[in-house]
Design a protein around this ligand. Structure first.
Ligand code: ADP
Length: 405
């Protein structure tokens, strides 16, 4: 029996995939990287190891399976291919079929295909990755880890939409939530930080990256989260609108002849920070623009970051409804972990909840540094915890593979 604890984690998109080789016991990343522009002649794979980056153009051989072959070749060259114990795949949508991670077999593939209609951009891409990995690593167990699974504990009052209930019964239209591995991971870490058992810990976790969501975790279980049937609901994001009056969509269709793909493009790709600022989807660029010499740019950046922060604060306040008590508010994701400006703006709106920030601690919590950022008068701790979705995937893959032996 192999005692190897290495797990290859794959996160496959339609034209790209991220990968990481992880020691599932220590959490150490032995290698990581990204294959981009797959399906195009300028496709490229970049592999990072020990702080060094190497890129290779894929040329005519530019499909997912070709990029995985290059990855396998590199792992062989480095002597890292031997005894990979499992492959963990991030799968975006598990619908109601998956409340936890699963070893991939024909039934699991069929079930992932069956919910693909709910995530047409993501699940088919995840399946391409699974099938390519099955070819490249024959005999190595593969595990699916679902973004939605952690949120399957949400009660009906949180997951039902106020529409004809037959749409739920017949078509599965309900809220599912995403970013589950991240909310799970940081809520576990928060319990450790608070020195409490997970099942007694209630926190609000705030994942702010390109995609953004808030989650109410009561006694270790997700009770509500802001992403919905698709990753479009809730907070304003980099290019996604988040909550919007559905009447706006009807209006654009009826009065301005928008069709479904225009609405899709508008709400998923041209909205959020990018749409509102007309400057960038990137929080750092907008923070820099706060000091721009151009008054219009300054004002656009200020308004965008204010709308963003106010929306996050409203969600945090409303999620106290889902909890029996509140042990901590936890920030994570690229923005949550690094932007002291955004955290400050959010917490300022929460003074009625008794949340107050220590600005010098807030400034220090950056670049992967975990830590508390509240001051001594705050009713509730506010903590910054870097997320590590790859590690959750690696641990689940290793655990399930071991249990199956
Ligand atoms: P993804 O959701 O794609 O994983 P990330 O979690 O990496 O994205 O978050 C990307 C976001 O984090 C971008 O908006 C980026 O500007 C922001 N970000 C990263 N570092 C900083 C920083 N130092 N200050 C402000 N924002 C930051």
């Amino acid at each position: 029996m192999s005692t190897n604890t290495h797990v290859l984690v794959l996160n496959c998109g339609s034209s790209s995939f991220k990968f990481a080789l992880i020691d599932s016991q220590s959490g150490n990343q032995l290698l990581s990287g990204l294959a981009e522009k797959l399906g195009h002649t300028d496709a490229i794979i970049t592999i990072k190891r020990n702080g060094e980056k190497n890129s290779l153009a894929l040329g005519e051989h530019n499909q997912h399976v070709d990029a995985i072959k290059v990855l396998v070749g590199t792992l062989k060259q480095l002597g890292l291919d031997d005894g990979i114990s499992a492959i963990g795949h991030r799968v975006v949508h598990g619908g109601e079929a998956f409340t936890e991670s699963a070893i991939i077999d024909d039934d699991v593939i069929f079930a992932i295909e069956a919910v693909s209609a709910l995530a047409p951009l993501h699940n088919p891409a995840n399946l391409i990755g699974i099938k390519a990995a099955q070819v490249a690593f024959p005999g190595v167990p593969q595990v699916a880890v679902f973004d939605t699974a952690f949120h399957q504990t949400m009660p009906a009052k949180a997951f039902m939409y106020g529409i004809d209930k037959n749409l739920y019964k017949d078509k599965g239209i309900r809220r599912y939530g995403f970013h589950g591995t991240s909310h799970y991971f940081v809520s576990q870490k928060a319990a450790e930080w608070l020195d409490k058992s997970t099942k007694d810990t209630s926190v609000i976790t705030v994942h702010l990256g390109n995609g953004c969501s808030v989650c109410a975790v009561n006694d270790g279980k997700s009770m509500d989260t802001s992403l919905g049937m698709t990753p479009l609901e809730g907070l304003m994001m980099g290019t996604r609108s988040g909550d919007i009056d559905p009447g706006v969509i009807i209006h654009l269709m009826k009065q301005y002849n928008y069709d479904a793909s225009q609405i899709d493009d508008l709400l998923n790709k041209q909205s959020g920070m990018l749409g509102l600022s007309q400057l960038s989807n990137d929080c750092r660029t907008l923070e820099d623009a706060l000091n721009d010499a151009d008054n219009d740019k300054r004002q656009a950046a200020q308004l965008t970051l204010e709308v963003f922060s106010y929306r996050v604060a409203k969600y945090i306040a409303s999620y106290t409804c889902a909890l029996t008590h509140l042990d901590a508010v936890v920030f994570t994701g690229g923005i949550g972990e690094n932007s002291s400006y955004i955290r400050n703006r959010i917490v300022k709106h929460l003074s009625l909840l008794g949340l107050t920030i220590d600005e010098s601690k807030n400034q220090q919590a950056r670049f992967g540094q975990a830590g508390a950022i509240h001051d001594s008068t705050s009713r509730t701790p506010i903590i910054v915890i870097p997320t590590n979705e790859e590690w959750v995937i690696a641990q689940d893959a290793a655990r399930l593979t071991k249990e199956a032996k």
